[in-house]
Design a protein around this ligand. Structure first.
Ligand code: ADP
Length: 488
């Protein structure tokens, strides 16, 4: 299953418009998850590099041309970045597949065009930093003029995960730049490649020095240093709930703004009247897309008892037929997991499920040999209290439950510390809306799953996060409202 791993030149940090080594000289290596072989050496930053990046961002924000430029000038640069991502789509898709392991077909269809779309969409928001004129309630009219305006939030630390490296970087960087913020972007240590490519593209497209800085390195050193830095105004984080809580604790010392997009255990609810073909295909996509390493993975399946046996049988057939292989093979449908650590985590959870009494309908084992491959897995006979039902596995592992009543399945769906997403599969329009209303989730899909769009605000209820990204919600993320009142 192994293919030769290309060796890429060393990657540096990007601070104040220049590519530099970490001050300490430290490096880490990023590996090809299909083989376990190193791909490139990467500068590994610590607090002193972060401090330089923050200083450069602060200077760019306060004195540089970007925030003061006509918003249309920012729009034009963001559109140029979108064009350049599209023009380099093949190369970026290959890098993403090499670094993360994901099928290159998925990177081509989803990651890369979606990243370009985010820049294209956010280009429009640069010209929409609007406030309101406020008629005062308790004063005679005509004596005061009051209005709100929106100011860019300032220097923002943007920490992203390894599951959609370029796309998550785009979600962070595009709105921050649109509204005039200066950014310090930190990709995950497992997947540093496309963030470096994005920063190079942004620089070439016309983002001035200091406005977008790149810090590579480990979470507990460089990531933690960004969060702790007193001159960072806001942290935007996507990653695990555990690290999200650490960020809240550390960020509270300086009361910086914090937005969090965290874990999930999203339910897929299939009613007895669902279009069976579409629902089976949809449920497979919900859990197996990106090897299940998706925060919105549909990892809990609830199927009405009238169709449960048939449904699971068909889903098992789909899971067994998925082609497992290196991401760079164009026919691959399931690539390796991102790392050895992730493989051990997923395998460990399936073992826990077995010990708790779950049945394994398909999968339940690593492929073996080189690389971090795990077979698509469906666990049945689960109880709602089991750890495999309650905890996020972040791999291709689905737990399946049958239900009888709608109230019962809504209660199961909401019996979770998470509330990121859900999907409902039914032909009954009224019931679809009623269940969508009752489910506690930031996004509810009806007869689809994983449909994301730059225009749709995204984020979670409960321990799935704080705040919403994308759509008009981006304005709340990266601007501070200011109220101005004038005595006439
Ligand atoms: P996962 O568990 O899926 O690897 P993490 O939440 O650990 O996800 O990582 C997401 C991002 O957060 C990565 O860029 C990682 O380097 C960073 N990170 C990890 N730990 C910390 C921390 N203590 N402070 C700031 N960032 C961190």
């Amino acid at each position: 299953m192994s293919t030769p791993t290309p060796q890429l030149p060393p990657l540096k940090l990007f601070i104040n418009g220049e590519w530099v080594d970490a001050r300490s000289g430290a490096t880490l290596s990023t590996v090809n998850p299909a083989t376990g072989q190193p791909i490139a050496q990467v500068a590994s930053a610590d607090a002193q590099d972060v401090d330089l990046a923050v200083r450069s961002a602060r200077a760019a924000f306060e004195k540089g041309p970007w925030a003061k430029a006509p918003p249309m000038a920012r729009s034009r640069v963001l559109t140029r970045i979108a064009d350049m991502i599209e023009a380099r789509g093949e190369e970026l898709a290959a890098l993403e597949s090499l670094d993360n392991g994901k099928p290159v077909s998925a990177a081509r269809m989803a990651d890369i065009p979606s990243a370009a779309n985010v820049f294209r969409y956010m280009a429009g928001w640069a010209t929409r930093m609007e406030g309101e004129q406020l008629p005062l309630a308790g004063r005679p009219q005509g004596q005061f003029l009051a209005y709100t305006q929106r100011d860019p939030m300032g220097v923002v630390g943007q920490i992203v995960p390894w599951n959609f490296p370029l796309l998550m970087a785009a979600w962070k960087v595009a709105p921050a730049l649109a509204f005039g913020c200066a950014s310090i972007l930190k990709p995950a240590e497992q997947t540093p490649l496309t963030a470096a490519a994005l920063v190079a593209i942004a620089h070439e497209a016309g983002v001035p020095p200091g406005q977008l800085n790149l810090i590579q390195g480990l979470g507990h050193s460089s990531g933690a240093a960004i969060v702790a830095h007193p001159d960072v105004d806001k942290i935007a984080f996507t990653g695990s709930t555990e690290v999200g809580k650490m960020i809240v604790r550390s960020g509270s010392d300086t009361l910086k703004r914090i937005s969090l997009e965290l874990g999930g255990k999203s339910p897929v609810i299939v009613m007895g009247d669902a279009d069976l073909d579409a629902a089976v295909k949809g449920a497979a996509h919900a859990i197996f897309f990106n090897q299940g390493q998706v925060c919105t993975a549909g990892s809990r399946l609830y199927v009405h008892e009238s169709i449960y046996d048939k449904f699971v049988e068909r889903l098992v057939a789909v899971a067994s037929a998925l082609k497992i292989g290196p991401g760079l093979d164009p026919d691959t449908q399931i690539g390796p997991l991102v790392s050895d650590e992730q493989l051990r985590r997923v395998a460990g959870y399936v073992d826990i499920g077995r010990k708790e009494g779950a049945g394994v309908a398909v999968g339940g084992e690593a492929v073996g040999g080189a690389g971090y491959f795990y077979r698509p897995t469906i666990l049945t006979d689960v109880r709602q209290s089991m750890r495999v039902v309650q905890e996020e596995i972040f791999g291709p592992v689905l737990v399946a439950t049958r239900f009888k009543e709608v109230d019962e399945v809504v209660a199961h769906a909401n019996n979770s510390i998470y509330g990121l997403a859900a999907s409902i599969w039914t032909r009954d329009v009224s019931r679809a809306h009623a269940v969508a209303r009752a489910v506690q989730a930031g996004t509810v899909w009806i007869n689809c799953h994983h449909v994301m769009d730059a225009a749709m605000p995204f984020g979670g209820y409960k321990e799935s996060g704080w705040g919403r990204e994308m759509g008009s919600a981006a304005l709340e993320m990266y601007t501070e409202p200011k109220t101005v009142c004038i005595q006439l």
